[in-house]
Write a protein that binds this ligand. Sequence first.
Ligand SMILES: [Zn+2]
Length: 330
Amino acid sequence: MAELIAPGLWRLDIPLVGNPLKNLNSYLITGERNLLIDTGFNQPPCRDAMERQLQEIGAQLEQTDIFLTHLHSDHTGLSGVLHREGCSVFIGAVDGRRLVEYAGDQKWHRIYEGYIRDGFTLEQMKTLWNTNPAKMAGPGQAVSYTWVEDGTELTYGGRTLRCVRTPGHTPGHMCLYDAGNRTLFSGDHVLFHITPNICRWDGVADSLGDYLASLDKVRNLAVDCLLPAHRQETGNLKNRVEELKEHHSHRIAEALRTVRETPGLTAYEIAGRMHWSIRSRNWDEFPLTQKYFAVGEALSHLDYLEVRGLIRHTLIHEKNHYTAADISEQ
Ligand SMILES: [Zn+2]
């Protein structure tokens, strides 16, 4: 059921079946024209839930523009299905460019080759080729996007929404800030109960460093109503920013400790020694798609340490091996 949060502002609950994120919150601002923020995977359970709740509200897709906080397929997947002629689909320019690239196979070949160098086997990556939801449940090439920049303002339902670029979770992630109503649509930048996945991105030197800077960027916004893109939980922005920063400083220390204790591991092996909140007894039992995200996350922490000169990696027998910078000369 769609939930009325404030006059003219709805939360639509979109199930992400079989995904540990559990659900996506789409938000709908109604007015002369509507704005739908984020959409769900391009899969039938998401589509059914979306169409049913739009119908409950009485929102017409012909009068609905779409805003995508970032390129991930659980946010962008249905944009092609929901888009009607004459309507706009907004996305940050940085993620918009990438979304076009990810619609083809070439980019994925490059990403997967990188993951093999970081410790996955060719067999594992072949299995992921047709099962990874990041690759399979996206919007394809169905829509032409309208790119927005940091500071772009959109007006819907009497609300002025400012785009706030918050790179980290993705290179072009955007929050939407409605200063007049002290409301922040935080996308996957600030989540409650779960921590946003911060992984390595092709062409980005330090996505975790970017993420931590983006947390500081939103920390002091005046916000009474914080609307994240997953789960029901919400809360205080400043407190949550501090918790997320603390979480990552523990993870950074854990990654550094792992590299120091056992020099020469691959990112895959380092991820296997880090602690994860997923309910599996050990690394071998992790589902392959979760390993993919876990290794991506470990890599962002390794990049953070490497950019700051604390560790380094060396390519040996076509795999990247990590050592602490202060003991690598041994
Ligand atoms: Zn995301």
